[in-house]
Design a protein around this ligand. Structure first.
Ligand code: SAH
Length: 464
């Protein structure tokens, strides 16, 4: 059995094909169960904390190993019943083996652990979940491969590019799943070939489908390795016949040897160049390459709550850092005097500006820049916002950004985080710079069935 807390490492304690018994003590960020032998971690798909399992070692590396469940000696009471195994083995929904309540508790616990590690004592509220934590994604990007002579769509097996055929993606809008299978069937019927990464031959790489949650407008994009999409008009005609919600059918070219799914070149074969959706009472345009939140229901909850917690006033000047397509900025514009957004991706800033214009919002200003650099610049220019929102990517904030915010002396600093580890790290500096946490950290489940942990923390300035 595992010996806890050994501080030194001996030789690797397991060998390939060995079978050992152990208790699952944790879940990794990829949603794998962790079993430890002499403090040496073994990662196992579909094993959850509290379970005692027999593990067959499948791969041994210097600092860790992988294993598979040979048998479950003791099953956890948190194990969900009737779970689609493909959703777990592919990683579409790595937490789907946990009952939903246990998923929510797991996310709350993740944040508590991270704050504990940095010695910050704070209350973490129970995670706000979804009433129906399935079928929520409004977008699919599905790889296409030839398997036994047939064009298939699905999901890669974890850690590989081996396609597992999937029709029901469980966490995607069924209309989006339907758009993918309808497109797949048309491609099969017309005899189009699938792109092969190894030979660099073949045509279709991916199918992308997106549907407005409120608008019900549907976009289908076929991504090819070739300049031409054979039979494009016939595909368009058949798509329209089968998908009454279709508003936009686009051909996208990606002829680079890359893991990036979409190329930069688009041609609209039929319909509009973009679709629309509404979020928090505002209209957003969504082009084929635009970023748009994949779970609009919880995004609305998240940003509405963040705005509420900020206690916005009509006289406020606000900064929205890492502003993306301006979702936060545009949804709070009516409540405040002026908002400045900063975002590094030029296309996102263009979308944000377009969205501001379409919604007749003129008290906002977006800058394309690195957020830390721009915050330093604003601080030097003497900008004095009352409220600062940050919504950074997983790597979190930088020390310069936090110091710049501190120099601006806002009353309120709202941190929306998608990674508890960097949130806790940054909180240490924010507290040291003269802020305190207002109330508790509030987790929200933006991505049910996955290990993503989203939360809102409000800091209030106490220093003069
Ligand atoms: N609230 C936004 C999404 C934020 S996601 C919305 O709803 O649209 C985080 C954003 O940070 C992404 O748009 C990403 O492009 C941007 N980003 C990443 N690194 C950045 C940097 N160094 N400076 C500014 N923006 C950055």
């Amino acid at each position: 059995m595992a010996k806890a807390n050994r501080v030194y490492k001996t030789a690797v304690p397991v060998t390939k094909n060995q079978e050992i018994e152990g208790e699952v003590i944790d879940i990794t960020y990829q949603g794998m169960g962790v079993v430890k032998i002499d403090n040496f971690p073994i990662f196992v798909i579909d094993a959850i904390p509290g379970e005692v399992i027999k593990v067959g070692i499948t791969k041994v590396l210097k600092n860790y190993a992988f294993g598979r469940v040979v048998s479950r000696i003791q099953e956890s009471e948190n194990r969900a019943e009737h779970v689609d195994k493909v959703a777990i083995t592919t990683g579409i929904a790595p937490l789907a083996n946990l009952k939903y309540d246990a998923q929510l508790a797991f996310k709350q616990h993740q944040i508590e652990q991270m704050f504990k590690k940095v010695n910050v004592s704070v209350e973490v509220k129970p995670t706000i979940g979804m009433a129906d934590p399935t079928k929520y994604r409004n977008k699919a990007q599905v790889p296409v491969q030839l398997i036994n002579g047939r064009l298939e769509t699905g999901f890669y097996r974890r850690g590989s590019h081996k396609l597992v055929p999937v029709e029901d993606f469980y966490i995607q809008d069924p209309k989006v799943d339907e758009a993918v299978t309808v497109t797949r069937d048309i491609l099969r019927d017309l005899g189009l070939s699938a792109y092969d990464e190894e030979t660099n031959k073949g045509v279709v790489r991916h199918i992308m489908a997106r549907r407005g949650y409120y608008s019900h407008e549907l976009m289908v994009v076929i991504i090819t390795n070739t300049k031409r999409l054979p039979e494009e008009q016939e595909i368009a005609t058949r798509l329209q016949a089968k998908l009454p919600e279709l508003k936009s059918f686009i051909h996208n070219i990606n002829n680079h040897d890359t893991n990036v799914i979409m190329g930069q070149w688009n041609e609209t074969i039929w319909g509009a160049d973009e679709i629309h959706d509404q979020l928090m009472g505002k209209d957003f345009v969504i082009g084929p390459n635009s970023f748009y939140q994949v779970n609009p229901q919880t995004t609305a909850t998240l940003y509405t709550l963040a705005a509420e917690k900020a206690g916005l006033k009509k006289t406020d000047t606000v900064v929205d850092a890492y502003s993306g397509i301006g979702t936060i900025t545009l949804s709070i514009a009516d409540k405040v005097k002026k908002i400045y957004g900063v975002e590094v991706v030029e296309g996102a800033v263009e979308d944000a500006e377009k969205n501001a214009k379409n919604n007749h919002i003129d008290n906002v200003e977006f800058v394309t820049a690195d957020a830390p650099e721009q915050m330093v610049k604003w601080a030097e220019d003497g900008l004095k916002p009352n409220v600062v929102f940050v919504d950074p990517p997983r790597k979190g904030l930088t020390a310069e950004l936090i110091s710049a915010v501190s120099a601006m002396k806002p009353e309120t600093f709202v941190y929306i985080s998608c990674n508890p580890a960097t949130l806790a790290r940054d909180a240490v500096q924010i507290l040291a710079e003269g802020f305190e946490i207002d109330g508790a950290v509030q987790p929200l489940d933006q991505f049910p069935q996955t290990t993503h942990v989203e939360s809102i923390t409000v800091f209030k300035r106490v220093a003069k």
